[in-house]
Design a protein around this ligand. Structure first.
Ligand SMILES: Cc1ncc(COP(=O)(O)O)c(C=O)c1O
Length: 318
């Protein structure tokens, strides 16, 4: 599809109908007598929760006439947003340029390039702030650039209120007692908690953070292996979120649970999904057995072949 061929909403590529409406999977942990309800965001077409925001923000920009035939979409991302924007940009016929830290897994870079996006890597030392500044400077110098601004764009959170939360509300019969999520941009925590609270005001909102980088609890950002979350930056979208409970999850616990989700549940998910489930289990243990705890399986395992999720196991079995 060429960007210079105007498209009506009815003519949108079928890809857009594949985004969202993901299943809510009950995970029965028999030894604990606990069931966690996990939203299977890894089933989105590019493999992560970020397909939602890429489609929502770009379609909104398109309707408002902000995407011209020569528009270049530029974003700073830990990877999943880059893959999602590269996919949606390709479907809409736009060039996409991604700024990402040099620590993000090599599989993510391959996937973005596969969708035709251009990549610029920056040093991870100062977290996302470096890439966000770079994107703003590029846009100031080139009027063809459109910035989705995932870290500050209200649409990121609003999409989760209008879609992710609404889907969860329709999928859970009865009260929702807790919602557990890590944060990268904070869009998921902000938007889903707002949507759930409107219907279940007593829902406990739990922020999962890597134990090595628990910035919400005043600790300095440090190296951790839970890719996609806590990128050394407290995003503005978290400002409006009232968090009831913080759960620190160590990278080793997240990796162990991610492997357990594959081996015991047959779920091919990434490390932040494992971390979310660890935090959800801890939360559920402090609630009555009948409580409903919901969390997110953010992305797919295949983008972590080169990371400890797979390489540690290879080393063990070599
Ligand atoms: C793997 C993974 N998990 C969780 C998140 C956090 O989502 P959000 O940006 O909505 O806070 C991200 C975001 O980049 C991610 O890539």
């Amino acid at each position: 599809m060429m960007a210079n061929q105007p498209m009506t909403d009815d003519e949108l590529p079928v890809l857009f109908s594949l985004i969202g409406n993901t299943p809510l999977i009950p995970l029965h942990f028999r030894s604990d007598g606990i069931t966690i309800h996990a939203k299977a965001e890894f089933l989105n077409p590019s493999g992560s929760i970020k397909d939602r925001l890429a489609a929502f923000i770009l379609l909104d920009a398109r309707r408002r006439g902000l995407l011209k035939p020569d528009t270049v979409i530029v974003e700073c991302t830990s990877g999943n947003t880059g893959i999602a924007l590269a996919m949606v940009g390709a479907a809409l016929g736009h060039r996409v340029r991604i700024l990402m830290t040099d620590t993000a897994s090599v599989e993510r870079r391959h996937l973005m390039r596969h969708f035709g996006a251009e990549l610029s890597l920056f040093e991870a030392t100062h977290g996302y702030a470096t890439g966000i500044d770079m994107a703003e400077q590029m846009a100031a110098a080139d009027p063809r650039i459109f910035l989705p601004r995932q870290f500050s764009n209200e649409l990121n959170a609003r999409d989760h209120t209008e879609h992710t939360a609404r889907e969860i509300l329709a999928q859970v019969h009865g009260r929702i007692d807790a919602f557990v999520s890590g944060y990268g941009t904070g869009g998921t925590l902000n938007g889903v908690s707002r949507g759930l609270r409107a219907v279940h005001p007593g829902v406990c909102i739990v922020a999962m953070e890597p134990a090595e980088a628990a910035m919400l609890q005043g600790e300095s950002p440090c190296c951790h292996f839970i890719e996609g979350v806590a990128g050394g930056y407290l995003p503005p979208l978290l400002d409006g979120v009232s968090i009831d409970r913080n759960e620190k999850v160590a990278s080793a616990e997240a990796l162990a649970m991610t492997r357990r989700l594959a081996r015991e549940f047959g779920l091919l998910v990434g490390t932040s999904a494992g971390a979310n489930v660890v935090a959800a289990l801890r939360t559920a243990r402090d609630l009555p057995a009948s409580a409903t705890v919901v969390t997110i399986l953010c992305d797919r395992a295949e983008r972590y072949y080169s990371t400890r999720l797979f390489t540690d196991v290879l080393a063990e079995t070599a």
